[in-house]
Design a protein around this ligand. Structure first.
Ligand SMILES: [Zn+2]
Length: 408
């Protein structure tokens, strides 16, 4: 029974840590805004930001409390084992699937919270463009995809454990990395389930972007515009795929709101990530993460005493995955986040410097300010939170670095 106490203790601690981060975040609303980003918001927009910030934070506390309550109850009352009891006892695969099914079904309790977040808060501040129909079809697609992914993950775990026993760690890490790589390849396909992608129209902008790519000897498969405006007024750009199969994706909201030079600046930043092989480095970090997961999985499956306190008569691969995710990995995730975000912020500075080298320093600054304004970004986040959670440096520090690079 001691294991049950430990697991419930960790789940509680993880929830309290989340609360702590939210409180820090809420308090940062009082921080003074740095000089170099003072012109991002006018007074009215700033007041709007303050109230958006407060609404979001308050609601995130409610959501995480509800999430915590559901998770805690499922574990405390041995609900996973009871639900798995409805499936054939001898079939290890179905026993695993039952656990994932209950986990996905229980997350449906949180639907009203997502609804309020999208249709209430985001709508109130004018970000939401999703219709109820888009909302529900998104939820359904996410539900199905999450069950498929969980089953794939659990299936891999079960297969390597049954075939290799104690030697499973490396095989599991390798299989998971392959799964992740597969996901990266599949990402363009999966995102087509949610959005439509059109090639960027022929014209001055496309010529300018293509010239930039050619100058750097950088090949991509295409430049696509995504219909992000179906859901949101927020803006972004990213790229997907590997090597020569890379596709640069621009949100249609970005194409509409920025000048061609600003788009080139953002584009040069994205190309900077490509030239510095940032995606590959991230794959390296995620392989490390998979090794850690492999070790945790191995330890979990070796510790047969973990299962009976939760009502199982033996090992359940689905419940092992749940334990790893909510109790074990959740405990080291903040540390890993610290490391990953540190490298990510460094990579952002380097990508910004690339845009400066292409002669788009000034446009990058004005483009980033537009992005911040449209996304109602936090201009003065808590430094502790930046260290723990931010994959991008705060705007004012980015601008400082860009201006410094422009002088060099
Ligand atoms: Zn970036």
């Amino acid at each position: 029974m001691i294991f049950k106490g430990i697991v419930l203790g960790i789940v509680t601690a993880v929830f309290l840590y989340k609360l702590f981060l939210t409180v820090i975040h809420m308090r940062s609303a009082e921080n003074p805004i740095p000089e170099n980003v003072a012109d991002v918001y006018d007074r009215e927009t700033y007041l709007k930001w303050r109230s958006y910030h407060a609404d979001k934070s308050r609601f995130s506390i409610v959501t995480s409390a509800a999430e915590f309550a559901v998770e805690f109850a499922l574990l405390a009352f041995n609900a996973y084992a009871a639900f798995a009891g409805l499936f054939p006892k001898q079939d290890l695969f179905l026993q695993m699937f039952a656990v994932f099914l209950l986990s996905a079904l229980s997350s449906l309790i949180l639907l009203p919270f997502s609804w309020h977040e999208t249709m209430g808060i985001e709508e109130k501040y004018g970000f939401n463009k999703a219709t109820p129909k888009t909302f529900w079809s998104d939820q359904l697609k996410e539900f199905i995809i999450s069950i498929i992914l969980m089953t794939a993950l659990g299936g891999i775990l079960m297969a390597v454990h049954q075939a290799l026993g104690d030697w499973m760690i490396l095989a599991f890490a390798a299989a998971m990395t392959l799964l992740l790589l597969g996901m990266t390849f599949l990402y363009p396909v999966i995102s087509r389930i949610f959005n439509k992608f059109k090639p960027l129209e022929e014209g001055a902008l496309k010529d300018q972007l293509t010239a930039l790519l050619e100058k750097n000897g950088y090949t991509v498969r295409g430049i696509k515009v995504m219909d992000a405006s179906r859901r949101t007024t927020k803006t972004n750009a990213y790229f997907t795929g590997f090597g020569k199969m890379k596709t640069i994706v621009l949100y249609d909201t970005l194409v509409e709101s920025m000048t061609p030079d600003e788009i080139c600046a953002v584009f040069a930043h994205e190309m900077g990530h490509g030239l510095h092989r940032d995606t590959l480095k991230n794959q390296g970090l995620s392989f490390l993460q998979m090794i850690i997961l492999g070790v945790l999985a191995w330890l979990t499956l070796r510790t047969a005493e973990l299962f009976p306190p939760f009502g199982f008569s033996g090992i359940n691969y689905g419940f092992a995955v749940i334990l790893i995710m909510i109790a074990e990995f959740a405990l080291i995730a903040p540390l890993f986040g610290l490391l990953v975000n540190y490298f990510s912020r460094k990579a952002e500075y380097r990508a910004d410097a690339q845009a400066v080298r292409e002669g788009y320093g000034k446009e990058l600054i004005s483009g980033l300010k537009k992005l911040a304004r449209q996304n109602l970004s936090d201009l003065a986040p808590s430094p502790l939170l930046v260290k723990l959670e931010y994959s991008h440096p705060p705007l004012s520090q980015r601008i400082e670095a860009i201006e410094k690079a422009m002088k060099e």
